[in-house]
Design a protein around this ligand. Structure first.
Ligand code: 2AM
Ligand code: CA
Ligand code: CA
Ligand code: CA
Length: 273
């Protein structure tokens, strides 16, 4: 049984409040009004409303902590205190198309002891409003779905493995590189999925639903909570060189120990050619 900490309760309360709003707004035309941040990069009223709700809740509970928001950017706090990293709606494209696969991601990152920048991610929560699933993890205290302990998949064979990815879209990613990796991995595995929420891809690796996941060009708010979830569920997360970073946003590869190393070899082969 999970002993849920006060911090996770604060994060879950904020995510549930914003998630309830997203659930109500899902499919409502007025909330689909969008502006563009870049090519094919849409931000809806719902992203902004969810971020505002999360900001109000977290700031009230931890007034001196900093923030890194996807939409609002950086808000400095007491430099000796942690910061929250928040994606208020991961899977905006799904949300805007009426596809019920999106999530809220909140992570906590500690300041480095030498005072130079940011270090370890020590807590993470990914909440899926439509299924009401709350995936969370704390450093050294495991990964959980509500009060059930999560373990990465124990499948060891590529041909039994379901692998998630993110496919490049307008303004994001290297299509030729992605195709080479895809051609290297797809013929070896049971299946590839591309559902459009990197946070949920990682939560599902932690939950053992996927055996692995790779993507490039993500941001800290997409991956910070999910990386901790996978690691606390006994899995591995690295960049494509195999380096274990606090959040592998530029390049990410996640999986159980065997599949992480198998996929790493396939990926390295694909990039070498
Ligand atoms: P977002 O919905 O928060 O923007 C999907 O591969 C991942 O890429 C999602 O986690 C998504 O996060 C992110 N992403 C960023 N910009 C995107 C875009 N223009 N279209 C689709 N996904 C985008
Ligand atoms: Ca976005
Ligand atoms: Ca995102
Ligand atoms: Ca987002």
């Amino acid at each position: 049984m999970a002993a849920i900490s006060g911090l996770i309760r604060v994060m879950e309360k904020a995510a549930r409040k914003a998630g309830g709003r997203l659930r109500r707004d899902f499919g409502e035309v007025e909330h689909l009004q969008v502006s563009r941040k870049g090519p094919a990069d849409f931000v809806s009223k719902a992203d902004q409303a969810a971020e505002r709700t999360i900001w109000d809740e977290l700031r009230a509970a931890r007034p001196d902590w900093g923030f890194l928001f996807e939409e609002g950017g950086t808000i400095e706090g007491d430099p000796t205190k942690p910061r929250f990293i928040v994606d208020p709606l991961d899977g905006t494209t799904n949300f805007l198309h009426g596809i019920p696969h999106f999530a809220i991601s909140i992570a906590v990152q500690e300041p480095r002891l030498d005072g130079k920048g940011w270090g370890e991610v020590t807590a993470g929560l990914i909440y899926q409003p439509i299924t009401d699933e709350s995936f969370w993890a704390e450093k050294s205290r495991g990964a959980w779905l509500h009060d059930a302990r999560l373990r990465v998949s124990s499948r060891r064979h590529l041909d039994e493995s379901l692998i998630a990815t993110g496919i490049p879209f307008a303004g994001h990613g290297n299509v030729a590189e992605w195709s080479r990796i895809y051609q290297s991995i797809a013929p070896q595995v049971a299946g590839i999925r591309r559902f459009g929420s990197a946070a949920l891809d990682l939560a599902w690796v932690a939950a053992g639903r996927y055996e692995g996941f790779w993507e490039a060009g993500l941001k800290p708010w997409d991956t910070a909570a999910g990386c901790l979830l996978v690691r606390e569920a006994g899995g591995f997360v690295s960049d494509w060189k195999g380096r274990s970073l606090p959040y592998c946003d530029e390049q990410i590869l996640a999986g159980n120990d065997t599949l992480h190393s198998r996929l790493h070899k396939l990926l390295a082969n694909a990039l070498k050619d």
